[in-house]
Design a protein around this ligand. Structure first.
Ligand SMILES: O=P(O)(O)OP(=O)(O)OP(=O)(O)OC[C@H]1O[C@@H](n2cnc3c(O)ncnc32)[C@H](O)[C@@H]1O
Ligand SMILES: [Mg+2]
Length: 210
């Protein structure tokens, strides 16, 4: 890994998830970086063959940097449930089957959250509901240099889902210290405490110091 910095080039946001794109755009806004999304450039979604968040974030960033010949920022993230041995973890998106109907990233998030809840219920009423969101941000440059930043947010998996804000598993995640889910709090508040914000703080400290 290097300590390479972005220096005014356009940055590709290498995600096909509209919710992530919105959050990354808001988190980058104060730094005046010109961004273009993978969708706007018509980039293909690479197959996520890694077994860790770091591997998948890097493979998504590399694929976009090579295709666009620009630096690219990718995000690999997911929710890990203690009582499920850390599942779904790196397979969080895969637990939500692709659907023919329109939804966030065309996936059925309600079904995926129900699958987590079903597995927790099998363990009885006193089950440990603690869980955490992980986020790895990777920047890759077309010449092969790359950096990664890791973030985490601890909380509890709640049922039924609550709230209409955010995306993905947000309606079932109550961060430690709050009573509301990530889907019930304002985006600005989520940006203060989320796994993505945690990783972003590390990115900002290195990429945009002072
Ligand atoms: O790979 P890209 O194109 O970026 O988009 P994706 O949706 O496939 O993203 P991931 O492979 O990283 O899968 C992570 C899944 O974890 C969930 N997730 C990640 N961050 C989240 C957040 O802040 N709130 C709710 N769910 C989140 C969400 O359902 C994502 O689809
Ligand atoms: Mg993905």
């Amino acid at each position: 890994m290097s300590n390479r910095r972005l220096n005014g080039e356009r940055l590709v946001i290498a995600t096909h998830n509209a919710g992530k794109l919105r959050e990354i755009g808001a988190l980058l806004a104060p730094f005046g970086i010109e961004c273009v999304s993978a969708g706007e450039l018509g980039l293909l979604e690479p197959e996520e063959t890694g077994t860790t968040f770091v591997e998948n974030a890097l493979l998504k960033a590399r694929a976009a940097a090579q295709a666009a010949q620009l630096p690219a920022l990718a995000d690999d993230s997911g929710i890990s449930v203690t009582a499920l041995g850390g599942r779904p973890g790196v397979y969080t998106a895969d637990w939500a089957e692709r659907q023919w109907f329109e939804g966030e990233s065309g996936r059925d998030w309600f079904m995926a959250m129900g699958k987590v809840e079903g597995l927790l219920c099998e363990q009885g009423p006193g089950v440990d509901r603690s869980c955490w969101f992980s986020c790895v941000l990777a920047i890759a440059w077309p010449d092969g240099e790359e950096v990664v930043y890791e973030g985490r947010s601890n909380g509890a998996f709640t049922w039924p889902p609550r709230g209409k804000l955010g995306f993905g598993y947000d309606p079932c995640f109550v961060p430690d210290g709050l009573d509301q889910t990530f889907a019930e709090i304002a985006p600005e508040k989520k940006h203060e405490i989320s796994h993505r914000a945690d990783a972003f703080a590390k990115l900002v400290a290195e990429q945009f110091p002072g």
